[in-house]
Structures are given as C-alpha cells and as structure tokens.
Ligand binder design. Structure first.
Ligand code: FAD
Ligand code: NAP
Length: 247
C-alpha cells in the first residue's frame, strides 16, 4: 500500500471559475509519465481522497496537477481554496497503466483528451521516450469554451521543439472559434475533418490512440474506432486503443 505523505502547495493558478492548477512540493517516489497519484484533505474530520493524473513529467519539480471543480464536488472545491504554504496529502507512490510502456509499437500516436484529461498527455509529451518511439504525435484537446483551452504555452513550446512531428488540434464545442474545430471528436473522425485538419490519416498499421477524460467521449470514440477495425489495447492482446476514464 502506498503511503500518504504531506506535500506543500507552491502555487494555485485559477484559470477560470472552474479550472485551476496546483503546483506542489512533495517527496514522492519516481513515477512514469501518464500515471496518477491520489491527493487528499481533511474535510469535516474525514480524509477525502481522489485520484489525479500528473501533468508534470517524471523528475520535474514542483509537481503539477490540472483540476476541474466538479459541481458539488467535495475535494475539488476544497483543493481550489488552497494557498501557497498550505499542506495537502499525496500518495508517495503512483498508479496506473495509461503509460507508453503499455502501448505497442506504432508510428503515429493520437492523444485525444477532454477538459483536464490532457494532463497525462503533457506529462508524456515532455519525455524523451515519446519522441524516440513515435514519428508523429497528435494532441487533441476538446473543451466546451475557449476559456477552458489552457496550457497553450506548453503546446507552443512543443511545436517549437518538435516541428511538424507534433500536431495540435483544439475542439471548442459550445462556441464558434476560428482556428479550432467545432463539435465533438468522434463526429470529426467519422467525417474526416480531424484527419484533414491535422494532415494525417488513421491507419491500422501506423496509428495508436490514447483517450482520456470524459467517459462518454472515451466510449463514443472507442466505438467509432472499433467500427474502423482498430482494437482495444489489452496486455494479453495488444491493440490500438488505450483509455483512461476520469469518472
Ligand atoms: C485515474 C483518474 C485520474 C484523474 N485525474 C484528474 C485530473 O487530473 N484532474 C481532475 O480535475 N480530475 C481528475 N480525476 C477526477 C477526480 O478524481 C475527481 O473525481 C474529481 O476531482 C471530482 O472530485 P470531487 O470530490 O470534487 O467530486 P465528487 O464529490 O467525487 O463528485 C462530484 C460529481 O462529479 C462527478 N463525478 C466525479 N467523480 C466521479 C466518479 N468517480 N464517478 C461518477 N461521477 C463522478 C459526479 O457527477 C459527481 O456527482 C481523475 C479521475 C481518475 C479516475
Ligand atoms: N474535467 C474533469 O476532470 C471532471 C472530473 C469529474 C467530473 N467532471 C464532470 O464533468 C462535467 C464537466 O466537465 P468538463 O468541463 O471537463 O467538460 P465535459 O463535459 O467533459 O466536456 C469536455 C468536452 O468533451 C465533449 N464531450 C462530452 N461528451 C462527449 C461525447 N460523448 N463524445 C465526444 N465528446 C464529448 C464536450 O462536448 P459538448 O460540449 O458537446 O458536451 C466538450 O467539448 C461536470 O458534470 C463535472 O462534474 C469533470
């Protein structure tokens, strides 16, 4: 069982009413990009814990997490109120299999994330392994409104570092924003507008998909990809689709 240790909040960035980032100092064990840990606070005399993906890469300090304050959510609405210097419980060891070690060989890696579900992708994108293993990496960030489209500075830095090997595509579903795709990811795969926008085709020999965030997006996109012959990736039967559901 992983131990709880006490971390210290270094920064709390409030992006919007519902989105924030915590930077935390804590002596956690080494983890693998794409994994999650647990954070916890004492609320009304009870320790309330939830899983959160690392957005920071292995070795990077401070540790970084990207949050959505769920409506009526107990922990996220307490985490958002933390200030620099405050304590927060964190599990020393990380968990999860949403990592490149679980992804079989492929040329193109498609990362499809909704909301804060982009966090593990940034952790992975900032490792050398990602760029040693794949020719091209596509990051898709699907959000409701333009204000939810965060971490654009990191996207720009990745573009500068990796040129055309890195492709980024934003989806904004509830506003019409020039330069982004409107609507939902599965439909855009179905009608080919995502592939046109990023200049890359889906290919049974070349493509692997990592899906993270809203379980409805994960389910709908998986079903659509399966209908095109792509298979769920399992340890015993490697395939093309690796998923992480946030709720
Ligand atoms: C592997 C993993 C990684 C995650 N990483 C992140 C992350 O990086 N950033 C982030 O913001 N969140 C992440 N989450 C979600 C996070 O763990 C919490 O669920 C979220 O912060 C809400 O917690 P809460 O206590 O505020 O709300 P809760 O009181 O737990 O829930 C409030 C409402 O949110 C919805 N909801 C939340 N969690 C669930 C659930 N498990 N099942 C069903 N409905 C749910 C429901 O509508 C619920 O009524 C991750 C979840 C998993 C499983
Ligand atoms: N983000 C989190 O980490 C988190 C954690 C716990 C709970 N929640 C819960 O999630 C809700 C809001 O989360 P959010 O702001 O991150 O937004 P979200 O509802 O997950 O939406 C993010 C994007 O995903 C799209 N989407 C939703 N369902 C889809 C589907 N079936 N197929 C493809 N795309 C789909 C949305 O499109 P549309 O605009 O068309 O719907 C939107 O563009 C709240 O109810 C909250 O309690 C979120």
């Amino acid at each position: 069982m992983a131990q709880w240790i006490e971390g210290t909040v270094v920064d709390n960035i409030h992006w919007t009413e519902n989105l924030f980032t915590l930077k935390i100092d804590a002596a956690v064990d080494d983890f693998t990009a794409g994994q999650f840990t647990s954070l916890a606070l004492e609320i009304d005399g009870e320790r309330i814990a939830r899983p959160y993906s690392y957005l920071s890469s292995p070795g990077q300090r401070p540790l970084e997490f990207f949050f959505y304050t769920a409506t009526g959510g107990k922990l996220s609405n307490a985490l958002v109120r933390l200030s620099p210097g405050d304590g927060v419980w964190i599990k020393q060891g990380a968990n999860g299999f949403f990592t490149l070690g679980e992804v079989p060989p492929a040329q193109d890696l498609w990362m499809l994330g909704t909301g804060t579900g982009v966090a593990p992708f940034f952790s992975i994108l900032n490792t050398d392994e990602a760029w040693q293993r794949f020719e091209k990496i596509v990051l898709v960030h699907a959000v409701r409104t333009l204000a939810d489209l965060r971490y654009q500075e990191m996207v720009e830095k990745l573009k500068q570092q990796h040129g055309t090997r890195f492709r980024f595509q934003a989806f904004v579903s509830r506003e019409e924003i020039p330069g982004t795709l409107h609507g939902r990811v599965p439909l855009a795969i179905e009608d080919g507008s995502l592939q046109s926008a990023v200049g890359l085709e889906l290919d049974l020999e070349r493509s692997h998909f990592m899906l993270c965030g809203n379980p409805d997006m994960v389910k709908d996109a998986t079903e659509l990809l399966k209908a095109r012959g792509f298979r769920k990736n399992r340890r015993r039967t490697p395939g093309h689709i690796t998923v992480e559901n946030y709720w």
